[in-house]
Write a protein that binds this ligand. Sequence first.
Ligand code: FAD
Length: 290
Amino acid sequence: MKAPDFRYHRPTTVEEAIALLADAGDDGKVIAGGQSLVPIMNMRLAEPETLVDLTGVDELRTGSKTPSGACYGATTTHMMFEYELVPDVTRGLLPHAAAGIGYPAIRNRGTVGGSLAHSDSSAEWPTVMAALDAAVHVRSVRGARTVPVRELLLGFFTTALEPDELITEVEVPGLAPTARWGMYKMCRKPGEFAESLAVALGEAEPDGPWREVELWLGAAADRPLRLNSTEEAVRGEAFADLLPDRLVAPLAADLGQDLSAIDPTGRHALQLHAVTVQRALQSAERGDTA
Ligand SMILES: Cc1cc2nc3c(=O)[nH]c(=O)nc-3n(C[C@H](O)[C@H](O)[C@H](O)COP(=O)(O)OP(=O)(O)OC[C@H]3O[C@@H](n4cnc5c(N)ncnc54)[C@H](O)[C@@H]3O)c2cc1C
């Protein structure tokens, strides 16, 4: 199947783009890399009458450091993060996450703003940007606002964006020199979306004990999930000998699941998540992904 007909605009400024979006109303959509939207249109799951293509808006494809971290234009591609064509302020987490997204062709066109606006909890950027407490800058003809990623992602393919709003930038706080991170993506073969995706972020002295650890899980719910019970269960521990089985009960609590009533499929998924969280923690402790 192919997409139905649509009107196509390729503005060169943000001002023009938001004016076109406002004119299009509920029937308009932004297209960035097209790596999610085009397949959806071809399957006729989305039938926008107007597409506003962002690839001609150069001001959206930039990245620069700020006093507290960095700001990336919404159409910064996954590959630009992977090859550090934009500055990294996360001690390697952003390039590592980007390198795990799909295939080179996908990474060459897919954008950070598109991934966040698409809000697929199996995708890398929603979980990584939520873990980093990033925020998006949003513009429309009605004005500008800043939305933390944790508040932007409302559920499967659902965000807090209004139809006329455009993500213009993603602002990422920098990680402290003592910060450690680990990330682990479980998928059946490279290039696929995650079946489970864990990010561990923590503070520690060089070679010293963990002071704090924050855990985020993707591909487990309708949006990235902070694992409060699991964090509590591992607080103050070293992770080298941590076994996934220890994480199953706190993970079930984080996912709101009753372990005594869970079916084998649910149990299998829980076990996968326990392994990704264990590997993210151990990788953070070893510092081998940074
Ligand atoms: C085969 C395949 C494998 C993939 N594997 C992975 C993977 O392993 N991990 C992963 O994370 N992703 C994966 N993806 C998805 C890919 O990363 C997409 O690039 C990404 O999800 C969407 O980015 P995009 O720029 O292509 O957005 P588009 O497809 O252009 O748009 C997606 C949605 O976001 C909206 N949008 C886009 N930009 C903006 C903006 N600036 N402001 C407001 N709304 C906007 C669009 O209107 C649309 O609704 C895969 C895709 C394919 C086709």
